[in-house]
Design a protein around this ligand. Structure first.
Ligand code: ZN
Ligand code: ZN
Length: 148
């Protein structure tokens, strides 16, 4: 299979191996593997419920996390090796490649396909159902099914 050329981040334009610009919507949270700009970690680490911010902490809801909260988040991220740099591809696409999880566009939706099918892209959506972010490994791993 042909190796795809490394790409710059499509939001903030940094090359692979570099940190995203602040506020980039592609950056992955090192703690939970979600999109950093929407993940709840900066709130939950400070004991705040992100769903109730507008009622419990209207100041934080309006102005965003304060310096103490951001510092607490940064310290936690540092324990796991710091921020996640842009890898050249969507986070989790390495696991999709290992497992052969690919989809291709058909009409207005995506269907599962072979990795070498025309238009195939890593099926990163499937990560949310079958994989979990491992902060120590700094990558997605297959979620083990509980055997009862
Ligand atoms: Zn970026
Ligand atoms: Zn997070």
């Amino acid at each position: 299979m042909k190796q795809r050329a490394p790409k710059k981040c499509h939001d903030c334009d940094v090359p692979p191996g570099r940190f995203h610009q602040f506020g980039c919507d592609v950056e992955t949270c090192a703690l939970c593997g979600e999109q950093l700009i929407t993940c709840p970690c900066v709130y939950t680490l400070s004991g705040l419920d992100p769903e109730r911010l507008h009622e419990d902490h209207p100041d934080v809801y309006c102005r965003g996390p304060n310096a103490t909260m951001r510092a607490r988040y940064a310290r936690e991220v540092a324990k796991y090796g710091g921020r996640v740099p842009w890898s050249g591809d969507s986070t989790g696409s390495d696991l999709c490649a290992e497992l052969g999880w690919y989809v291709r566009p058909v009409g207005s939706s995506f269907v599962r396909c072979k990795p070498d099918a025309p238009g195939a892209v890593p099926d990163v959506e499937r990560l949310s159902e079958r994989a979990r972010w491992d902060p120590a490994l700094r990558r997605y791993v297959v979620r083990l099914r509980l055997v009862r």
